[in-house]
Ligand binder design. Sequence first.
Ligand code: IPE
Ligand code: IPE
Ligand code: MG
Length: 256
Amino acid sequence: MKHVRDPQRPHERALDPARLPRHIAIIMDGNGRWAKKRGLPRAMGHRAGTEAVRAIIRSCDRLGIEALSIYAFSTENWKRSTEEVGVLMGLLLSYFRSEIDELDANDVCIRILGDIDGLPRAQRDAVLAAMDRTRHNAGLKLNIAINYGGRDELRRAMRALAEDVRRGTLDPGAIDEAMIDSKLDTRDLPDVDLLIRTSGEMRVSNFLLWQIAYAEFVVTDTLWPDFDDVALCKAIAEYQTRDRRFGGRPETALTR
Ligand code: IPE
Ligand code: IPE
Ligand code: MG
């Protein structure tokens, strides 16, 4: 919690450092509407969105958040025009090229959530290199969901379990929740505590379906390119007012 008491950032100082979410997930939505409002092409909205990504990563790092998972491209986003998919893939590549040095220097550990094999060659190489380079970093765990779908992740996990059964190394009766967890892209990460969606949409759009079982939801009308450290702290402050019960009685509801 490097700067929680930084007088320059009263919104960060106002948070209770003992009750920060361990894992924040963000559905970064509204780039297209942000551009439309300004009479700009959608590509400009996506470009502005990458600036917001930079700011939010820095803010989570300052706050000492353990894990941040951001939804960059879903398994359904391939349905968009070839032009828009091309813009998004191009931005991904330039993002990794331009940010990797700073992220690595700040001890950020990068993990890709999603089916990496389904990415174009250049993007696949870039994300694998970023993961490899930062794999021993002990700072913020930054998970970037690309070609990610919650159902697709579960499908891949089920297939991996079935393979173990076929090989004779796994008894189906022994499959428990921890074992399913261990086959997910998010293995070894805590469950999501706080799920934020920008641009006002009240839906999950196939993000981290298993991991959000007891997440607190905060939906803001702010469009993703306008989402900044103040907006993030507002969402965390809202989270800190929530009474998390995990299905138990309030007095027993400390952790899952
Ligand atoms: C989010 O912005 C970025 C991606 C889904 C890749 P959108 O492109 O969905 O923006 P809107 O929802 O059309 O405003
Ligand atoms: C969800 O946003 C995916 C990402 C933010 C990457 P979408 O804009 O694709 O979701 P829908 O279509 O509004 O549900
Ligand atoms: Mg959208």
